[in-house]
Design a protein around this ligand. Structure first.
Ligand code: KG4
Ligand code: ZN
Length: 343
């Protein structure tokens, strides 16, 4: 079965075709970064409108490049959430319409399940069960994955997600949106010995995370240290803070991963979500698993951040198992409560 995957939950338009037995046939991602850059973050309405503009031509080009037509597609999977309502609606409406026109089943896919399963797109995929660390802009979760669709939440962030903490700290260091990769690049020039930031919630048992205090710590450090510095010294300070922040996040994630592996008895750790593109996090996870005699798995960087391939794959897993949904969906941006039917 060949499945077309569509991702429009936030600021990336992703499309892909996955075929059982053959793998990923084609995929393409368009990032709206330039569109939102002036605003310092994603503007939901602009995101939706841009998905409207890009989606149809991207799917047409994708099929053409893969040498396929609509008749070759056996199912359509689109991100149904979580994400921005308007942006999700674009993918859902378009995906559903294509499926209806082609006479094939369609299915709304959970964005985080997409991220979670993305490492299975790689050669020599991890075997179940495994522990997954999901680190994106909206989520930080440790999940015990027993099979496709059998997920046990071991722990998650009680406030900011790891990616969100990267983005907010980057912003207060004066870096452009999206801050995560920019902060990581700046940290490369930082001195790891100058500051030591806290490793939040590692001094007590449990697998919960809290990252919101780290950005405040970074801000306070900046405010205390930046006074009276010349431009070059300020630049060095920014890099040193970025490095201390990145080390604190990576170390904290690693401590909780180690705990999750110990508690679950798993010897495979899977990294997924946008922050798993972070080089230092990958290196730390590699070292941890080498030391434990286990396996670390993560997708290639382009499949860590939002993409259509992971949606095509998660959709393929479910569609081939016979899941699909009736061709109707609804949302109510404005809704008069007094008009609800009585029970
Ligand atoms: O999974 P993703 O593309 O979108 C969501 O579902 O949220 O993740 C985006 C997040 C952003 O917060 C971004 O700053 C972060 O992933 N990110 C990184 C890196 N690349 C992306 N954070 C740290 N280091 C990176 N290299
Ligand atoms: Zn994502």
């Amino acid at each position: 079965m060949r499945v077309l995957g569509i991702e429009t939950s936030c600021d990336e338009t992703g499309v892909a075709v996955y075929e059982g037995g053959r793998g990923l046939l084609a995929h393409a991602v368009y990032s709206q970064v330039a569109l939102h850059a002036d605003y310092g973050g994603v503007v939901p309405e602009l995101a939706s409108r841009d998905h409207v503009r890009k989606l149809a031509p991207m799917v047409a080009r994708l099929l053409e490049e893969a040498g396929l037509s609509g008749a070759d597609i056996g199912g359509v999977a689109y991100t149904a959430g979580p994400g921005l309502a308007g942006a999700l609606l674009v993918g859902a409406a378009f995906g559903r319409s294509l499926a209806w026109g082609w006479g094939v089943p369609a299915l709304g896919v959970h964005h985080m399940e997409g991220h979670l399963l993305a490492p299975l797109l790689e050669p020599d995929p991890p075997a179940f069960p495994f522990v997954a660390l999901l680190v994106s802009g909206g989520h930080t979760q440790l999940v015990l994955v027993e099979a496709v669709g059998r997920y046990r939440l071991l722990g998650e962030s009680i406030d900011d997600a790891a990616g969100e903490a990267f983005d907010k700290t980057a912003k207060l260091l004066g870096l452009d949106y999206p801050g995560g990769p920019a902060l990581a690049a700046l940290a490369e020039r930082g001195d790891p010995e100058r500051f030591r930031f806290p490793r939040p919630m590692t001094d007590r048992p449990g697998l919960e995370f809290s990252f919101s205090g780290l950005k405040t710590y970074a801000l306070t450090t900046w405010q205390q240290q930046a006074r009276g510095l010349d431009a070059a010294e300020r630049e060095r300070l920014r890099a040193d803070i970025a490095r201390a922040f990145e080390d604190a996040v990576v170390d904290t994630l690693l401590i909780k991963c180690r705990r999750a592996l110990e508690e679950s008895g798993c010897d495979t750790l899977v990294l997924a979500g946008g922050v798993s593109a972070n080089r230092r996090l990958r290196a730390a996870v590699d070292a941890l698993m080498a030391q434990r005699g286990g396996r670390a798995c993560y997708p290639r960087p382009e499949l860590c951040t939002d993409n259509g391939a992971m949606i095509a794959y998660a959709g393929w897993q479910r569609l081939r198992a016979g899941q699909s949904e009736p061709p109707a969906f609804d949302i109510h941006p404005r809704w008069d409560m007094t008009g609800l039917p009585s029970l």
